[in-house]
Design a protein around this ligand. Sequence first.
Ligand code: AHM
Ligand code: MG
Length: 336
Amino acid sequence: HAAEAQRTDLMTITRHVLNEQGRHPESRGDFTILLSHIVLGCKFVASAVNKAGLAKLIGLAGETNVQGEEQKKLDVLSNEVFVKALVSSGRTCVLVSEENEEAIFVDPALRGKYCVCFDPLDGSSNIDCGVSIGTIFGIYMIKDKDNVTLGDVLQPGTNMLAAGYCMYGSSCTLVLSTGNGVNGFTLDPSLGEFILTHPNIKVPKKGKIYSVNEGNAKNWDGPTAKYVEKCKFPQDGSSPKSLRYIGSMVADIHRTLLYGGIFLYPADQKSPNGKLRVLYEVFPMSFLMEQAGGQAFTGKQRALELAPTKLHERSPIFLGSYDDVEEIKALYASEA
Ligand code: AHM
Ligand code: MG
């Protein structure tokens, strides 16, 4: 009977969010409308990413330079779709995209109370070889609707209302938190709907995987180097950890959430602030990891407590299973 109930009683992402927002009846409709526009963007990108391989085929059949151009187009196209979907939702006010140097202030006639920071297509260097890529987003509320400023998006991550990512992989999965745990939804292509498939995701307390670009090891600082050494040559009798690194943040974080472990993009001598961007990479992923019971640390502080001063600011980041992040925190504390 249970299986039958599952097949006929579909928990779509919209239904799920409406249920969750039941606690805040005043914002129920607005947030749901905003989310449905984000979901539209994700569906568009999912379909475009699927077709990217076919564009390659045409390229191989004779057209020169199609590969490079196509990849660029997909980035730009995805960004345009998200910007237009968000603006037309009538629920946004300020938008920050990885693809735009400046913040986008929505026309007053179309303004709503939410600010969205997003990376429309993260890991795009992976498109050509068919590796998973994703969209990442974080949502804030404006402080004062009569005086909208950059300060509305330069807020600490602790003020975030919701965050999520959509992974375009072997299936298309949207992982979302509205501050009440983390849930995963998988796109059913025949319905065109995201269906709840991973309710209440909790990251294992301790993991067996570390995930880092070890090619940068030469330039790492002491605590990062020591941590990775411990992963490979543990001194406490435990087994060494496995290394998994896709080089696509959404895919690496998705695996970390489901299987546990730690993802590191540390500072190094060449990039003293690491690589990943605070507003649309570090914050949303840190929010999700904390909501799943894990931790996110910058090497100095809890990642969500950063107070960004620039739109495209970067930060080192260590995030994942609670116990694994505790270990790296201890190494940084003993260094200080
Ligand atoms: P991008 O925004 O230019 O795509 O870069 C972000 C990506 C992340 O998805 C990934 O975690 C990281 O860059 C990998 O960087 P690296 O190639 O230095 O290991
Ligand atoms: Mg990116």
